[in-house]
Design a protein around this ligand. Structure first.
Ligand code: 3DU
Length: 266
């Protein structure tokens, strides 16, 4: 895992006026933004609600019990169209949590870079990118994100049954590519914990694995982190609950029990 001490060291060096080499500066800028992602709760909440008031209310209620908020198209687009407002920046302001834009970028490199730039302008700290589009697209997204210290999470294999047909056979290669290109992390399916274990072996300890598919999709709470994921991505189990804050807190407690090791700060 990327150690916080490296960030602190670079920060101190830069504050003391040490000459920071260009390469280090890049790492530092990138780490600075992603360093706010901590493993306190091990949960990234997929806040897939379309109503603006509800989105803000739930984000505010769960902010203590989750480590980041993930925003997807239904939330972002509906609120943009209905209210002409940017829900990424609004949720970031009220929660002070990192926001992951799950836009699953999948276009030619030129267009993908532009999607990345606009998403970063909206305030995203991390963006998901489809790995199946190939090395040039993923590389372009990472290059654009690196300029702003934003994380790229490459989708290696989706969590739904249909992903077995085309995605899974390519997943190992995609994970290897994501590592070679210096992606921040990968997205791996909590519905298949054995695949999470395989992906951890491929990417090593330095990359962040986030894992959706728990609850409504059939994955069990804790199985993905037990196999090496850093965060479980949890949507409906939290936002459809009558008390989202309680649900998030209980899930976080379950995850901690499952791991029983101290949190890592990035
Ligand atoms: O099933 P849930 O309600 O916990 O939501 C899962 C979220 O994770 C949702 O936003 C979906 O778009 C995202 N996701 C997957 O479910 C599966 C993937 O492979 C990638 C992202």
């Amino acid at each position: 895992m990327r150690a916080l001490s490296n960030v602190a060291e670079l920060q101190t060096r830069s504050q003391k006026g040490f000459k920071v080499r260009k390469k280090e500066t890049k790492v530092y800028e990138r780490e600075l933004r992603m360093s706010r992602l901590t493993e306190r709760n091990r949960i990234i909440h997929a806040l897939d609600v379309e109503d603006k008031e509800k989105a803000l209310r739930i984000a505010s209620a769960v902010k203590e019990y989750v480590d980041a908020i993930k925003i997807s198209y239904p939330t972002f687009l509906n609120i943009l169209i209905t209210h002409k407002s940017n829900i990424i920046s609004e949720i970031k302001e009220i929660t002070r949590l990192p926001i992951l834009a799950c836009f699953k970028v999948a276009d030619i490199p030129f267009i993908s870079s532009r999607i990345m730039r606009i998403t970063m302008d909206a305030g995203a700290d991390g963006v998901t990118v489809h790995g199946m589009t190939g090395r040039d697209t993923v590389k372009a997204c990472i290059a654009t994100a690196n300029k702003r210290g934003v994380g790229v999470f490459v989708v290696t294999e989706m969590s739904h049954p249909g992903a077995i047909e085309f995605y899974q056979p390519l997943g190992d290669k995609i994970a290897k590519m994501a590592k070679e290109l210096g992606a921040t992390g990968i997205v791996a399916p909590a519905t298949r914990p054995n695949r999470v274990r395989k992906y951890r072996k491929i990417v090593g300890e330095d990359m962040i694995i986030i894992s959706p598919g728990i609850g409504a999709q059939g994955g069990q709470i804790g199985d993905a982190i037990a196999e090496g994921a850093n965060f479980e991505v949890i949507g409906r189990l939290i936002y459809t609950s009558s008390n989202p804050a309680n649900s998030a807190r209980e899930i976080s407690q379950q995850l901690k029990k499952r791991l029983e090791k101290p949190p890592v700060v990035r």
